[in-house]
Design a protein around this ligand. Structure first.
Ligand code: MG
Length: 376
C-alpha cells in the first residue's frame, strides 16, 4: 500500500494545506496520461458473522448476523466497506447484492467527489441504508488511503477525545449474566439490555458482583410512561448513566414527558435513522444514537453529529454486530461523541479484519490511513 501511495504522490501535483502536504483533491487537473483513467471498481461478497453468545433483545434472539463485505478499487488503492444486516432491520444479503449490482460506480473517475457519488448511490433506490453505508465506508477508506491519513485526522478530531465504549450484556439467566460481566472486566461501562419482566433482577445480579458504570437499552420494551419513569428513578439509584429507547418510538408524547421528568438522559435509537429524522427527536429526547448502518454511512453521520450539537443534544455512536471494518469506520467519529457503543466486532468470533482497539475500556484509534483497518 505504501508503494501505491508513493506512486500516486509521484504522479500528481502536491499542495500544502494547513502545513500538511496533500495530493491535489481532484483528478481533473492531473497531467493527461500520468494515470490510466478508469472508474471505481466495486466488488462484494456475502459473509456470515458468528456470534460468541446467543444475542437476546426484548423481541428476538439469534446466533449469526449476515453481512456483505465490499471493496472499491481505484488506481492501485483498495477501500473496504461493510453492510451489517441484523434481520429485524429488513435488509438481507440478497437485497444488498441486488442494490450493489445495480450501481454503476465505473462512471466515477474521481473518488474525491463524495457528494456526487454518494448522492447517486442514495438516489438509486429507497431504503437499503446498510448497503449504502458499505459504499460510503469503502469510499472513505479509499480516499483516506490515497491521502495517507485516517479520517479522524482529515476531519481534524483529536484521537485522545474518544470516549470509553460500552460492552453489551444481553438478556439472559443470572449465571450467564454474571459470566458475561466477568468476561467484560476490561470495560469501564456496560450496556444492559432491559425490557422484559426481569429488568430489576438483571441489574441487581450485576450489582451483586460489580460496581462498574452501567447504561441501559430498553429497545422500546416499556409500554407505560409511569412505569418507565419509576424504572428510571430506580435505575438512577443503582448508578445507571443513561437510558436508551425506553418506549416504542411511536409514543413520542409519552417519551417527551418521560424525558422532561427523568433524572437521567433519554437517548433515541430506534426512533431515528437519518439526518432528516433528527428534527422529530428534538425536545423529546436528550440525545441520539447514531449508527452507520442506519444513516447510510460516515458522511451523513458526521452531519448528524453537527445537527445534534447545534440543538444541544447528546451524541452516542453505536453499531450493529459488525466486523472491525464498520466498527473502525464509526470509531473515526468517536472523538466527537459523548458515549460510544462500539463493541460489535468483539461480539463475533470470525472477524476478518483488525482495526480500532479497546484499551482499558477506551476506544483507541490507530494511525492507519482511511478507516484504520488491516486484513488480519
Ligand atoms: Mg439501542
Amino acid at each position: 500500500m505504501k508503494t501505491n501511495r508513493r506512486n500516486f504522490l509521484k504522479n500528481t501535483t502536491l499542495f500544502t494545506f494547513g502545513g500538511m502536504v496533500l495530493p491535489q483533491l481532484s483528478y481533473s487537473n492531473m497531467k493527461k496520461g500520468s494515470l490510466p483513467q478508469k472508474g471505481l471498481q466495486l466488488s462484494f461478497e456475502p459473509y456470515n458473522l458468528q456470534l460468541k453468545h446467543v444475542f437476546t433483545l426484548a423481541n428476538s434472539s439469534r446466533s449469526t448476523t449476515p453481512v456483505m463485505l465490499i471493496k472499491i478499487k481505484f488506481e492501485g488503492f483498495t477501500g473496504y466497506g461493510e453492510a451489517s444486516m441484523p434481520p429485524y432491520l429488513g435488509e438481507t444479503q440478497e437485497t444488498a447484492a441486488k442494490f450493489l449490482s445495480r450501481l454503476n460506480l465505473k462512471q466515477f473517475t474521481d473518488p474525491f467527489r463524495l457528494d456526487e457519488i454518494l448522492e447517486y448511490v442514495d438516489n438509486s433506490a429507497t431504503g437499503n441504508s446498510a448497503a449504502k453505508a458499505s459504499v460510503d465506508i469503502a469510499l472513505h477508506d479509499l480516499i483516506g488511503k490515497i491521502l495517507g491519513q485516517p479520517w479522524h485526522k482529515i476531519w481534524g478530531f483529536s484521537a485522545e477525545n474518544s470516549p470509553a465504549t460500552s460492552f453489551t450484556i444481553g438478556i439472559d439467566t443470572n449465571e450467564v449474566v454474571k459470566q458475561k460481566v466477568h468476561e467484560a472486566s476490561d470495560f469501564s461501562i456496560l450496556k444492559v439490555k432491559l425490557g422484559r419482566k426481569n429488568d430489576k433482577e438483571m441489574i441487581e445480579t450485576i450489582r451483586s458482583i460489580s460496581d462498574v458504570a452501567l447504561c441501559v437499552d430498553v429497545n422500546q420494551g416499556w409500554k407505560d410512561k409511569q412505569h418507565a419513569l419509576d424504572m428510571v428513578f430506580w435505575l438512577k439509584d443503582k448508578g445507571i448513566e443513561f437510558v436508551e429507547q425506553p418506549m416504542p418510538k411511536e409514543m413520542l408524547d409519552d417519551i417527551a414527558w418521560l424525558t422532561e421528568n427523568s433524572p437521567l438522559p433519554i437517548i433515541a435509537d430506534e426512533a431515528l435513522q437519518r439526518l432528516s429524522d433528527i428534527k422529530a427527536t428534538i425536545g423529546a429526547y436528550s440525545g441520539i444514537n447514531i449508527k452507520l448502518m442506519k444513516c447510510t454511512g460516515m458522511r451523513e453521520a458526521h452531519k448528524m453529529i453537527n445537527l445534534a450539537r447545534a440543538n444541544q443534544m447528546k451524541v452516542m455512536i453505536g453499531c450493529m454486530t459488525e466486523t472491525s471494518c464498520a466498527v473502525s469506520a464509526a470509531a473515526q467519529l468517536s472523538p466527537k461523541a459523548d458515549w460510544a457503543d462500539l463493541d460489535g466486532n468483539l461480539l463475533i468470533s470470525n472477524d476478518p479484519y483488525s482495526g480500532m482497539k479497546v484499551i482499558n475500556g477506551k476506544i483507541t484509534l490507530n494511525n492507519l490511513p482511511g478507516i484504520g483497518i488491516n486484513n488480519s
